[in-house]
Design a protein around this ligand. Structure first.
Ligand code: GRF
Length: 197
């Protein structure tokens, strides 16, 4: 059984989609949800599924072992950032090297970095006049949105699209692909010695 910890700061629709995807899979346990916001809706979603939750503040995250202790307590195999806004500190990066992944709502390396989150991303994409956007799932390192890319998927932007409608298209891609990529990261399929993803 693989244990997954999800970090989320907001609504948590991806977190819920991931919980749903694995709920009848006895190889994967969504063990814990951690949030830096006590009012994050993701906490209510977690409760509905009986997934334990913890909330932490900036001081606990960056100056204590609180979050690392929780990850160890639940024997975490993979950390999934699903709408989580803070950089991950070194104590967690070191303990979970190559075991932390994030989803970004654009085609990195475009529209990534500090301040590029949520609607800011879709507004920037709309303003650019790009005709394609998408999602990037990547490993997490000490910089915003710069870890190695695992997977990208694309969607078209029509002239009539607004930042809101772009967000909807991107969310649909996230729901379709993120759980499957988590599954592939947890259970890599080897093909001539090279991971398929
Ligand atoms: C998603 O668009 C994700 O790509 C980004 O934050 C958003 C989270 O949405 N990192 P939700 O909280 O899962 O609804």
């Amino acid at each position: 059984m693989k244990n997954v910890a999800i970090f989320a700061s907001g609504s948590g629709s991806n977190a819920e989609n991931i919980i749903e995807y694995f709920k009848n899979d006895d190889r994967v346990n969504i063990a814990v949800i951690l949030s830096n916001r006590k009012d994050a809706y993701v906490l209510q979603r977690a409760k509905k599924f009986g997934v334990p939750t913890y909330v932490f503040n900036r001081d606990a995250f960056y100056n204590s072992q609180f979050v690392l202790d929780k990850l160890l307590k639940y024997h975490t195999d993979l950390v999934v950032l699903a709408g989580f806004m803070w950089l991950v500190p070194d104590n967690i990066l070191n303990a979970f090297s190559g075991k932390i992944i994030n989803i970004h709502p654009a085609l990195l390396p475009k529209y990534g970095g500090k301040g590029m989150y949520g609607m800011f991303v879709h507004e920037a994409v709309k303003q650019s006049g790009d005709t394609v956007t998408g999602i990037s799932i990547h490993y997490v390192n000490e910089k915003y949105d710069e870890g190695a890319i695992i997977f990208q998927a694309r969607c078209k932007i029509d002239k009539t699209d607004t930042p809101e409608s772009i967000a909807q298209k991107v969310h649909a891609l996230e729901y379709e692909h993120f759980p499957q990529i988590i599954e592939q990261v947890l259970f890599p399929v080897l093909c001539n010695g090279t991971p398929k993803i």
